[in-house]
Design a protein around this ligand. Structure first.
Ligand code: AMP
Length: 381
């Protein structure tokens, strides 16, 4: 795959596909983490006097229709503040001021307002591909989607390469997936086994131990024969969970936090064998063996909370996990929206070796799938 460093980008026109799908409230960006992640590539391009046209989606507008509530104008303002330069918003790919305006940074309006984006239409892909000299793909968070700006534009470009963020993501994720130093422990939490089954199966082939949490742990706990009352679990996943348990890599909790309601009535810490039929497991305590495994590991992969951490009463397990990982010397990799929220709530992002910007893309990469944008970049020569 070509990298940005393979090209002389001095004074060139760069079309850069970024993932600036950020939360916006009252016309303001409320969390600019994803924008910050794009800074290195933009900074490098500015240093080389390149002209920049950023391309991103925002939310899920009806394809081909302008929706002012999902305009990238607030994002343009945010970028303008970061780089202290004006940032023009471009509404049409036929606009003659593209790469020819007063600002060195321009941003195309929400690419999902353009007909053909979601359907990966060649006509839109070709327009995006040919507008500049190089099509730089830096949107790891959307690299699992085969759309005009994430696939067709790469295929149809005269020159295309990975941006600095994409390079960093691939390097960190590959380190955990393909070159993990042993002992390798994975923590897989969250709500449902079914949404993470492919991840669990793939990681089960690679990790030495898997700590399970949340509703995912509940399904494994049930498959081990315990009664789990009203807890969230998936009946249809019990057989596969039993099969995975036979590999002896799954680490189950011993003590869990139960309550009779989601709001937190009658909260108790209980052994797995003591759960009543009107109770549900909403959090868990890290066992001594889990802590020891994490501390002695060389590689940690973390996706998904250990409990309903949004409610403080059920956040202890996820908080304790965050702090334990922060104190480990191992290479730690975290990914997924809820996981990053937990990290931001309980520790410092820098306490984890690498936090991926991808949600779905992170999961699919870790499932061992070839992501369409990455495959398209690799196919270019
Ligand atoms: P996921 O998107 O699969 O990583 O799931 C994250 C969600 O799982 C969070 O919003 C948690 O509130 C929820 N969750 C975690 N543990 C439990 C549990 N024991 N019961 C129900 N929901 C849970």
């Amino acid at each position: 795959m070509h990298k940005l460093s393979d090209f002389n980008i001095e004074n060139k026109n760069l079309t850069i596909r970024v993932d600036m799908n950020v939360p916006i409230k009252d016309g303001m960006v409320v969390d600019q983490t994803r924008i910050n992640a794009c800074i290195p590539t933009i900074e490098l391009a500015l240093k080389k006097n390149a002209n920049i046209l950023l391309v991103s989606h925002l939310g899920r507008p009806e394809e081909g229709k302008h929706d002012s509530s999902l305009s990238l104008i607030p994002v343009a303002k945010c970028i303008s503040e970061i780089f202290q330069v004006p940032v023009d918003v471009i509404n049409s790919l036929d606009d003659i001021s593209i790469f020819n305006g007063s600002s060195s940074i321009q941003i195309l309006e929400n690419i999902r307002f353009f007909d053909g984006e979601m359907g990966n239409k060649d006509s839109l892909g070709k327009s995006l591909a040919n507008i500049g000299d190089i099509y730089v793909f830096d949107a790891f968070g959307t690299s699992h989607r085969e759309q005009a700006s994430t696939h067709s534009a790469i295929i149809n470009s005269k020159a295309s390469c990975a941006g600095l963020l994409l390079e960093k993501e691939i390097s960190a994720l590959t380190k955990a997936l393909k070159n993990a130093e042993s002992p390798f422990v994975a923590v897989i939490g969250g709500a449902k086994v079914s949404t993470k089954l492919e991840l669990i199966k793939n990681i089960n082939l690679k990790a030495d131990s898997i700590i399970v949490g949340g509703g995912i742990a509940n399904t494994f706990i049930r498959a081990s024969g315990y009664e789990i009352g009203k807890s969230l679990y998936e009946e249809s996943m019990l057989d596969i969970a039993s099969e995975i348990l036979e590999g002896n890599k799954i680490m189950l909790p011993e003590k869990v936090i139960t309550s009779s309601t989601f709001e937190g009535e009658n909260i108790q810490e209980k052994m797995l064998s003591d759960i009543c039929e009107d109770e549900m497991i909403l959090d868990q305590s890290l066992t001594a063996a889990m802590k020891e495994t994490l501390i002695n590991s060389k590689t940690i992969l973390w996706n998904g909370p250990l409990g309903v951490f949004e409610n403080e009463s059920f956040s202890k397990g996820t908080k304790d996990l965050s702090k334990t990982i922060a104190g480990c010397d191992s290479f730690s990799l975290a990914g997924g929206g809820e996981t990053l929220t937990a990290i931001n709530n309980f520790i410092n992002k820098d306490d984890v070796s690498y936090c991926s910007t991808g949600g779905g893309a992170f999961l699919e990469f870790m499932e061992g799938k070839e992501l369409p944008s990455i495959a398209a970049l690799k196919a270019k020569n």
